[in-house]
Design a protein around this ligand. Structure first.
Ligand code: 4NP
Length: 154
């Protein structure tokens, strides 16, 4: 099972989603069955580490995001991954624009796909520290539901 998290820059929300979900998967002992990656719809931060504010907020909860590097989502991701989860509606429509007709991956908006509201993980880039905490809260909640669904499928 291969899961890809996608946001705009791949330096705030999707690397956080990746790091958080990776820990849930490790704690469940499923690292050999579930692979996880993240990407941005933009090419703005290719090869860059996650935003320092993202790393700091994640580190306070024990997630080390320092080894992650930005990359841009591509057409190939739709054949490589089983599940592609967009953080907001704009990310989703950018992905739909490159989605090939023979896509293997299911493409969805992350939170509503797992019955969580609101619909979007808000972009924390231009806001204060609280935004990064909110992103972590939402992604921890969603990770548990995502893990439960995958466990039921494996
Ligand atoms: P992300 O946040 O999509 O959660 O990684 C952003 C990162 C960078 C920018 C916007 C959003 N930016 O404008 O550079």
């Amino acid at each position: 099972m291969k899961v890809l998290f996608v946001c705009l820059g791949n330096i705030c929300r999707s690397p956080t989603a990746e790091g958080v979900f990776r820990r849930y998967v490790e704690q469940a002992g499923l690292s050999d069955k579930i692979s996880i990656d993240s990407a941005g719809t933009s090419d703005w931060h290719i090869d860059k580490t996650p935003d320092p504010r993202t790393q700091a907020a994640a580190a306070k909860r024990g997630y080390d995001l320092s080894t992650l590097r930005g990359r841009q989502a591509s057409v190939e991701d739709f054949t490589e991954f089983d599940l592609i989860l967009a953080m907001d509606k704009s990310n989703l429509s950018n992905l739909q624009a490159i989605q090939p007709v023979d896509a293997k991956a299911e493409l969805a908006l992350y939170l509503p796909r797992f019955g969580i509201s609101p619909d979007e993980v808000p972009d924390p880039y231009y806001g204060g520290e609280d935004g990064f905490e909110l992103v972590l809260d939402m992604l921890e909640q969603a990770s548990q539901v995502l893990l439960d669904e995958i466990k039921a499928r494996l």
